[in-house]
Design a protein around this ligand. Structure first.
Ligand code: SAM
Ligand code: SF4
Length: 346
């Protein structure tokens, strides 16, 4: 097999996107989960009893990740996000990242930041496009409660280290009623002096995460809460970018901004450009679809994978994996059929 790091540099950016679904949505954003394991145990992401891991030999190797990513870029993918599990737990993370930076695509990462300090020099050198850091609370005690691990100080220090390295991180906050909705304004206060982007994310249902509609915090109630604290007239709407999944805001005069990602109550399916590759080499055409198509096995047999990817995209539903209404979405038989987020890669 040719050396993947040599062949990768020969892929050129494609203006034509071959990854269109039956609703004419072009898929230019690939999210690759690198690992099923994690050093935290967030309650909304994985059940207390843990998850059944795939056999180690069915997880993509670094070479496989790079070769498969190259094929996607040749088909029109222009943006890749690395996720997991915790992507920085991969021993060969640096090899994967270095290889991907040779592709004509923007690379981003979503991380819990526990190990981020180790990689900041590399990210700075290679101009990492985007770092999303998950942090659901500003209380050390509540952090332990939600992640079942005692890593709050490390995560906070690594957020400051990221800012000091001149990188503007986005902070992902999964909002849960009666857990952290009372911290919304504290998070936004951080954006006064720091150029942080705080992203409030609606809690989504996955196998074993005890999702209930009542745990959702709506966009309207977030804005009301923020308006009462900062004054409604001080909330500025920021223009969304194409394919943006969030509604973006800023408090007048503040350095950073905040946004709301209402995947459940106000989905952005119409402009969805995302496709997911799980750590064990399956394609998920939607975060909410329970169907997965394996491309790693055919890849290992030297079979063409793009026809399989296109077939999977052809089956993509118009909305939320086929759960068109909130009633359907709230049905545990439907919403709990999806593997835990830690296995899919958020
Ligand atoms: N471990 C990394 C992290 O936490 O950033 C990357 C993987 S994690 C699965 C990716 C994102 O999914 C995180 O921002 C996490 O908060 C989000 N997530 C996990 N379970 C979720 C759920 N049930 N609802 C909404 N977001 C969820
Ligand atoms: Fe791990 Fe991220 Fe899931 Fe938390 S959200 S358990 S950090 S994969």
């Amino acid at each position: 097999m040719p050396n993947e790091l040599e062949t990768i540099s020969t892929v050129e950016s494609k203006s034509v996107n071959n990854l269109t679904d039956s609703f004419n949505r072009e898929h230019s954003y690939l999210r690759i989960s690198l690992i099923e394991k994690c050093n935290l145990r967030c309650t909304y992401c994985m059940p207390a009893e843990g998850v059944t891991l795939s056999p180690p030999d069915s997880i993509m190797s670094a070479t496989e990740v790079l070769e498969i990513a190259k094929t996607f870029v040749a088909s029109g993918v222009t943006k890749i996000r690395l996720t997991g599990g915790e992507p920085l737990l991969r021993k060969d993370f640096e090899t994967i990242y270095n290889g991907l930076t040779k592709l004509p695509a923007e690379i981003g990462i979503t991380t819990n930041a526990v190990l981020l300090d180790k990689y900041l020099p590399l990210f700075k050198e290679k101009e990492m496009k985007s770092i999303n850091i998950s942090l659901d609370t500003l209380s050390k005690k509540k952090f332990h409660e939600i992640t079942r691990r005692d890593q709050f100080d490390r995560v906070m220090n690594n957020i400051y280290a990221t800012l000091n390295a001149g990188i503007q991180p986005r902070i992902n906050v999964v909002l849960l009623r009666d857990f952290n909705e009372n911290e919304i304004n504290d998070f936004i206060e951080l954006t006064k002096d720091m150029p942080l982007i705080i992203r409030f994310i609606e809690f989504m249902p996955f196998e074993g995460n005890e999702w209930k509609t009542e745990k959702l915090v709506s966009l309207a109630s977030i804005l009301q809460n923020v308006g009462e604290h900062f004054g409604g007239a001080n909330i500025e709407r920021i223009q969304d970018k194409p394919n943006d999944t969030s509604k973006n805001y800023r408090i007048k005069g503040f350095n950073g901004s905040f946004s709301v990602i209402s995947t459940v109550t106000n989905p952005f399916c119409d402009s969805c450009n995302r496709i997911r590759l799980t750590a064990n080499g399956t394609i998920k055409n939607c975060l909410f679809s329970d169907g997965e198509v394996n491309i790693l096995e055919p890849f290992r047999k030297n079979e063409a994978i793009m026809p399989i990817v296109k077939m999977a995209l052809g089956e993509k539903h118009k909305m939320r994996g086929g759960m068109d209404t909130l009633e359907q979405f709230s049905d545990p038989k439907k919403n709990q059929a999806n593997r835990s987020m830690i296995l899919i890669g958020g």
